[in-house]
Write a protein that binds this ligand. Sequence first.
Ligand code: AGP
Length: 610
Amino acid sequence: MCGIVGAVAERNVVEILLEGLKRLEYRGYDSAGVALLQPSGELTRIRRTGKVQELADAVASGEALGSTGIAHTRWATHGGVTEKNAHPHCSSDRISVVHNGIIENYLALREALTAQGYTFTSDTDTETIAHTVHAEMQKGGTLLQAVQNSVKQFHGAYGTVIMDSEDPERVVVARSGSPLVIGLGLGENFIASDQMALLPVTRRFIFLEEGDVAEITRREVHVYDVNGEPVEREVIESNIEHDAGDKGGYRHYMLKEIHEQPTVVRNALQHRVDESGLLPDIFGPGAEEIFSKVKHVQIIACGTSYHAGMTARYWLEQYANVSCSIEIASEFRYRKSVVHENSLLVTISQSGETADTLAALRLAKELGYMSSLTICNVPGSSLVRESDLSFMTRAGAEIGVASTKAFTTQLTAFLMLTLAIGKHSGITEQDQQSIVSALHSLPAKLEETLTITKGIEDLAEEFADKNHSLFLGRGDQYPIAMEGALKLKEISYIHAEAYASGELKHGPLALIDEEMPVIVVAPNNELLEKLKSNVEEVRARGGIMYVFADKNAKFSSDETMRVINVPHCEAPIAPIVYTLPLQLLSYYVALIKGTDVDQPRNLAKSVTVE
Ligand code: AGP
C-alpha cells in the first residue's frame, strides 16, 4: 500500500528518497513522486505513474536537487492512477504533502476550501491536507502550529509529511491510524512509513504513536502528543536484516521466501522449545498468569493470517482443550459480538499494521477482553505496541506480497501457544510430547518437503491454462486448502475455491468436470478414509484430481488422478508441511503464466486502509 519517505539533511537527499521508495515497492503501488526543497526554498516536484524506476529515470534526466525532501508511492483509493493524482500534492507551490490513509471528510473539506478560493488539481483526498495546512499558515504561526490545527479538522486515517517552501529546513509529520517512523541520523534525520525504507541510512528509530505530531530538522526531533504536549518517545535500535536488492540467487522473492522456511521456522523455535517442552516466559512477562485464567480464545485476522488462525482453532480445541472462535477482522469490527468469560483476544498479522486487525484490537479493548496477544512478524509495529502481550514470528522481512514464510512461522507460533495455554487447561502428557517432538522434526521435514519441487513444476504445466480450480481438505487441512486457493488466486489470477471436502455433496459437486482441476491435501490422519470417499465422489463425476498425499496414504496415480507424495510427518505439524507444496504449485503456475509474482496486480503487502 502507499509508502512514505522523507529526509532533512545537508546533502542532496534525492538518492536516499528513491532508494527508500524502492525498498517500499514490495508493499504494492501504482504511481510514485518526489518533492525536493533547496535551501533557497526552490521546489522541484516530479511524479510518474508506474514503477519507481520510471520516477528515478525522470529524476536522472533533470536537475533534481534538494536537502529536504518527501517522496511517496501511491496505491490509488480516491481518484484514478494518473500523474495528477500521484503525491506529493502542493498548495500554492508553498506547502507540499505526502499522505498514507484516507481523509474521510475530504468532500466537506474540499467544498469549504474551494469556497475559500483554493483550486484543486487532483481527485484525491490528500490535496485537502495541503490546502488546509496552507489556509492555516495564512493565519500566522509556524508550520508545526498549522499542522496541529489542521489535523483537528481531519476525520479518518493519516500518516502525513508536510514541507513548507518558505521554511525549507524542516518537515512536520502527523500520525493517526497510519504508521510513521522517524529515523535518526548524524546531522540529518528521516521519516518513513516503514523502517525498511531507511535501513541504508540509520538503524535508530522512533515509532510515532497515535495522534503524535512531530517537527523534524537536521539536528532535532520534537514530538507532541495528541493534546499538543511535548513527549519523549523511546529510541529503538532495529536489528532487522534486510537487503531489498538481494534475491539470494532466486528468480523471485517469493521463491526465496518459500525456500527460507526451514531456516525461519528453526529461528522461530530457537530458545523457545527444547526436548522437555516450552522454555519458561517465552510469551513475555505476565503471560503465564494470563494463560492460567484463559477460558476462551478469540482470534482475529485477515487473509493468510486468518487461515493461520483457523488452523489454530483446531489445535487449541483438540490439544489445549480450550474453546476458540476465529473471525475476519473486517467483520468483527462492525458487528455486535458476545465476549466470553476470561477470553483472550489473539490477533495475527505479518505486518502488524493491517487497518482492520488494528481496529478490531482497539474495539476488543473497549469490549472488555481479559487480555490481548498479538502474533506478529514486525517488532515495534502498531499491533505489537498496542497489545498486552506480543510474540514475534521471526520470519525476517517478507517482500513478496503473497505471504509464505510469514504463514508457516505463524502456524509454528500457534503450536507453541497451544502448549502454553494447554498447560493450564488440561493438555494430555501424550499430546504435549507429540507436539514437542513434531516441532523438533519440523525444520528438517520442511527441507525434505522442498525436494519435491520438480514434480510440482511438471504439475504446474497441466494447470496453467485452466480458469478455475477447487482445493479440498478436511480438519486442520481445510484452512490449508483455503490458503492454497488464496495463493493461486493472488499470483496466477486463476479462480480458486476451497472446501472442506465433506461439504462437496452439498453443492460444489455440480462444478466438477474435466476443466475444473481438483487439488486435494491428504496426510495420513484419522480423516483419511473419509477424504478418500470424497475423492471417489469427484472421480465418479469425471473430475481430474491432483492429490498431495502422505506416501503411506495409498493413493496411486491413474488417468483421473495425479498423486504427488509428500514426506510422512507427525500429525501436529502436517498443516505446516502441506502448505509448502501448495505454495510451490502457485509459484510455478504463475511463472508459466508470466504474472508479476512478487507484486501481483491490485494487491498491497501492508493493508493500512480499511
Ligand atoms: C497473503 O498472501 C496476503 N498478502 C494477505 O491476505 C495478508 O495475509 C493479509 O492482508 C493480512 O496481512 P497481515 O498478516 O499483515 O495482517
